[in-house]
Write a protein that binds this ligand. Structure first.
Ligand SMILES: Nc1ncnc2c1ncn2[C@@H]1O[C@H](COP(=O)(O)OP(=O)(O)OP(=O)(O)O)[C@@H](O)[C@H]1O
Ligand SMILES: [Mg+2]
Length: 311
């Protein structure tokens, strides 16, 4: 009996030892498989990181290429704009140096020097206005006052009659007064220049947008001047496009940029010989009279953020 028990225990012991050995072997194999899988994951992660780095490098190279192309294009346009006045200044100085130049010629040449220096100065200011990031300083602005001031730029007695029509007072808009001033000065100057030969009427209408349209104010700057044919109208908003000998061609590009910065819209209607109408739409923001002060500040910040995103 005892022998039988001992034999059974020995058999159980052998079975248990076998099972433990089998378990140990299995767990070693599993550990080895796990280590191998971890190595594979690490390798895949390394490859993914390398691919991401390569993609980032390719993207930044593409962006840099685009930026360089844009800078190249802009530099070529600026160089073209600067070269003419510099050539004229150079020629004028050469002539001034000659002994035989008469006092009358000298006076003319000094006039040319002054004019061309002024042109370069204007170009520099326009370039800065156009290229600088727009930062809006929004505040309630009496639109009529800004427009009246811009209209005062039209020289009296030059054959251009000026009219300002505001069927009902539109009051204030939330805007950057400095940018709005530049918008309307450019538009009024363009309109006056378009009528400089024949004279005509410059009419500015300020009106609330019609019911059913986005809430805001429309300003229509209308002239009866030379107008634009389709090819001029299509290119008028492009920077450096000009048909005027002393123009920089940045006026309307600046106007478009500033109007967009306000969340507004710019529209040109024109045909050769029939005059031009430029419509500026400025969206309406609730003002001090309508809402509480803190609300205004929040709206101002929101509008400024939206405008920055739009630029
Ligand atoms: N009211 C207008 N009537 C006719 N043509 C216009 C009018 N406004 C603009 N244009 C055309 O669009 C072009 C571009 O106008 P823009 O104001 O950008 O430049 P510019 O007036 O030529 O020069 P500047 O940079 O000095 O304003 C003008 O040269 C002109 O051909
Ligand atoms: Mg202009």
């Amino acid at each position: 009996m005892v022998d039988q028990i001992t034999a059974a225990m020995a058999a159980a012991l052998i079975f248990l030892t076998g099972a433990i050995v089998a378990l140990l072997v299995r767990s070693r194999r599993l550990a080895a498989e796990r280590a191998s899988a971890e190595r594979q994951i690490a390798e895949l992660e390394r490859r993914l990181a390398a691919a991401e780095t390569a993609q980032e490098a390719a993207e930044s190279a593409a962006i840099e290429k685009e930026q360089l192309a844009a800078i190249g294009e802009l530099s070529a346009m600026i160089a073209h704009e600067i070269r003419n006045p510099l050539t004229i200044i150079g020629n004028a100085v050469t002539t001034l140096r000659r002994r035989e130049t008469t006092p009358e010629d000298r006076a003319t040449l000094f006039g040319i020097l002054e004019e061309e220096a002024g042109r370069l100065n204007r170009l520099m200011n326009d370039l800065l206005s156009y290229a600088r990031p727009v930062s809006l300083e929004l505040q309630p602005v009496e639109l009529r006052e800004v427009i009246e001031r811009a209209l005062s730029l039209v020289p009296a007695g030059g054959g251009v009659d000026v009219e300002l029509i505001e069927p009902e007072p539109v009051g204030e808009v939330l805007a950057d007064p400095n940018l709005l001033r530049q918008v309307f000065e450019n538009l009024v100057t363009n309109a006056a220049q378009a009528m400089s030969h024949e004279g005509g009427t410059l009419t500015v209408r300020i009106e609330r947008s019609a019911a059913g349209q986005p809430s805001g104010v429309n300003v229509l700057v209308e002239d009866t001047g030379e107008g634009m044919d389709t090819s001029v109208r299509d290119r008028a908003l492009l920077p450096f496009f000009t048909t005027r000998p002393s123009g920089t061609g940045l006026g309307l590009a600046i106007v478009a940029r500033f109007v967009r910065a306000h969340g507004g819209k710019l529209e040109l209607k024109s045909a050769a010989g029939t005059g031009t109408t430029v419509r500026v739409f400025l969206p309406r923001e609730e003002l001090r009279n309508d809402v509480g002060e803190s609300h205004i500040r929040i709206k101002q910040r929101a509008a400024a953020a939206a405008a920055r995103r739009a630029i």
